[in-house]
Each structure stands twice: as structure tokens, then as C-alpha cells.
Write a protein that binds this ligand. Structure first.
Ligand SMILES: [Zn+2]
Length: 342
């Protein structure tokens, strides 16, 4: 018999791993671009972004196809964010957040949604670095205000992303902002290409230590595409790990430490195929088996559902279809997501 879970009474799920840049469904994005054309932009830069995107993707089918294309590497995949981030200005956030939240409730039965983003990348790029840093708090406030959509009753929690490709000063200021606005920020993450993280370990470890000292919950993208990007030095400062699939595959001896620290792994199966990390989901089946054997909690997340076209229930379905989990595992993932939310 399946262990009683929240699934029995009424479907109710949580997604802990979703990037704001990859959360806007291509239909919504295209609708935004096409409705008023470049006039929808409130700044010259925004109008320019819209004009370029409409030139490159004149129809919805063009945009959808581009997002859904399997990318050769994780670095190529992350380039997709750069198309969307310039549009996610404070003025446009209410439009996008309303639709993200509506979709989460109606199509995903999700009552708790953690959204992560890098505020600096949503400031006006025509400003200099100091002015962009100064504008980050207004970006955060606009996004936080736009998450209040009582009609759909989704508890949206915000995580700020440090970024491996941004200067030290920007990451320092991002953590400062997270600590200053604990009323709006539930935790931090580090995102971006993996190799610069390895080259700047001292910088990022210093930030994670500061966050832990202030009891700010933290997750980090670690060990996604290669075992060389695992970095166990971060473990003492983490409550969760984004992906970490290479840990179970290449360093299973580290799983005991993850269990003892109560760290939960956020698995996003569709991502690993779309980014070319794995050709199919067979390695992830081995990951979930080893996590289960070691007693390490994990949950399923969507990462960038707009890019792969799979939202939370589709991730559950593909995980069941490929034997990553069975229905008992689905209930455990569902419970773990609520248990480990920030
Ligand atoms: Zn991610």
C-alpha cells in the first residue's frame, strides 16, 4: 500500500528549484512580445530587446522551437537565460509573475514555489556597475510585490542567486541585499557556468560562510555536469544541493555526509537530457537508487520549465516512466519538497 501522503487528500506540491528566467512559458513570453511590440518596453534598452527578439522569432513556433532545442552543453543551455533576463524588468514583473503563479496553481497543483533569480541581471545594463548594484533592491521589491496573487494561493518564496560569471562586488552586494531584506528573501543559491565556481572557490566559500553565520538558508548548484564540480567544501553551509547528480555517481562515499547534514538533493531530470549531461535518464535511475540506499532526501524540481516544456507534474511523470521513482518515491519527493523548503 502506498504510504499516506498529501497526494491522497488533494494534490498539493512544492517546487524548490525553478529559475525566474526559465519560468516564463514561451506562450506567455511571446504574448508579451507580440501584444504591443517594442512599445511594451518602458526603457530604450527594453524596447530594443523586444525588437531583437521579435526579429529573431517572428512566430510563437519559432520561439518555442528555439527554447525546446536540446543544447550541446550546460554552458550553451545557460545562454537561453540571456534572452529572457533583459525583459524581466521591474515594470514587467507583475505581468510575468501573475502568469507563472496562475500556471503553478492550475497546471501543477503547486502551493509552494521557490523562485530563484539574480537581481543584478534584471537592472538596466546601460548603468554602470555601482548604479546597477544600487538598483538591485528595487528589482527585488518589484518581484516580491508581484508574487502576491491571492487568487491562486501559491506561497512564492524568493532565493537570490550569486552568479559565477559576475564580479565579486556584485555577489557581495547580492548577499548583503539578501541579509538586509530577510523579510523578502528566503535563501541564496549560486548559479551560472560551473568552471568559474571552481576558479573562485575562496570568494564563494566566504559568501556561503557569511550566509551560514547569519542562519540564511543556502543551496548551491554543484556536481551537475561533471564530478570535478562537486566541491564538498560547501557542504557545511548548505541545506540543499541543486542537482548534485555526479556525487552519487562518482563519489557515493560522500552520501553519508549529506545524510548526516540533512542536505536534500534537488533533482531536475529533464534538464540533464536537455543540457547534454546525460544522453538519457538511465544514470539518474542509478542516482535515485544510491540516494535511497544512503538515506539522502531528494525532491524533483523543474529548473527551467519554459526551456524544456515540462512543468512539475511532467517531471513526476517522466521520473515514474523512467523508473527513477515509483509512486512511493513520488510521495517521498512531495513530502521532502515541503520539508526542505526555505
Ligand atoms: Zn538550476
Amino acid at each position: 500500500m502506498i504510504e499516506a501522503g498529501r497526494i491522497n487528500a488533494a494534490p498539493d506540491f512544492a517546487d524548490l528549484h525553478r529559475h525566474l528566467g526559465g519560468a516564463v512559458h514561451p506562450k506567455v513570453l511571446f504574448g508579451y512580445l507580440a501584444a504591443d511590440g517594442p512599445d511594451a518596453g518602458v526603457s530604450a534598452q527594453e524596447r530594443d530587446s523586444i525588437r531583437k527578439l521579435l526579429g529573431r522569432f517572428p512566430t510563437y513556433a519559432d520561439l518555442k522551437r528555439h527554447f525546446a532545442t536540446r543544447q550541446p552543453t550546460l554552458v550553451d543551455y545557460l545562454e537561453l537565460h540571456k534572452l529572457v533576463e533583459p525583459l524581466q524588468t521591474p515594470g514587467a514583473m507583475a505581468y510575468f509573475l501573475y502568469r507563472i503563479i496562475r500556471g503553478a496553481r492550475i497546471f501543477e497543483q503547486t502551493s509552494l514555489l521557490e523562485l530563484r533569480f539574480c537581481p543584478y541581471l534584471r537592472t538596466d545594463p546601460s548603468l554602470d556597475t555601482a548604479d546597477r548594484i544600487a538598483a538591485m533592491e528595487a528589482v527585488l521589491e518589484a518581484i516580491a510585490a508581484a508574487t502576491k496573487v491571492p487568487a491562486y494561493a501559491v506561497d512564492v518564496r524568493l532565493l537570490l542567486c550569486l552568479h559565477t560569471a559576475l564580479p565579486d562586488a556584485v555577489n557581495d552586494a547580492t548577499l548583503d541585499l539578501a541579509l538586509r531584506r530577510r523579510d523578502l528573501v528566503r535563501g541564496i543559491d549560486v548559479a551560472g557556468p560551473e568552471s568559474p565556481l571552481r576558479d573562485r572557490l575562496d570568494h564563494f566559500l566566504g559568501l556561503y560562510r557569511r550566509a551560514a553565520d547569519a542562519f540564511l538558508p543556502a543551496t548551491a548548484h554543484l556536481g551537475e555536469s561533471s564530478p570535478e564540480y562537486i566541491h564538498p567544501e560547501f557542504f557545511p553551509f548548505l541545506r540543499r544541493i541543486g542537482h548534485g547528480v555526479q556525487i552519487a555517481l562518482h563519489f557515493p562515499e560522500l552520501l553519508t555526509e549529506l545524510r548526516e547534514r540533512g542536505i536534500c538533493i534537488e533533482l531536475c531530470p529533464s534538464t540533464y537530457v536537455q543540457t547534454g549531461t546525460f544522453a538519457d535518464l538511465a544514470p539518474v535511475r542509478e542516482v535515485t537508487r544510491r540516494l535511497d540506499d544512503a538515506g539522502v532526501d531528494y525532491c524533483l524540481g523543474t529548473d527551467n520549465p519554459a526551456f524544456n516544456g515540462r512543468y512539475l507534474q511532467a517531471e513526476h511523470e517522466i521520473a515514474l516512466d523512467n523508473d527513477l521513482i515509483d509512486f512511493r518515491g513520488l510521495v517521498r519527493c512531495q513530502r521532502n519538497a515541503f520539508k526542505h523548503a526555505f
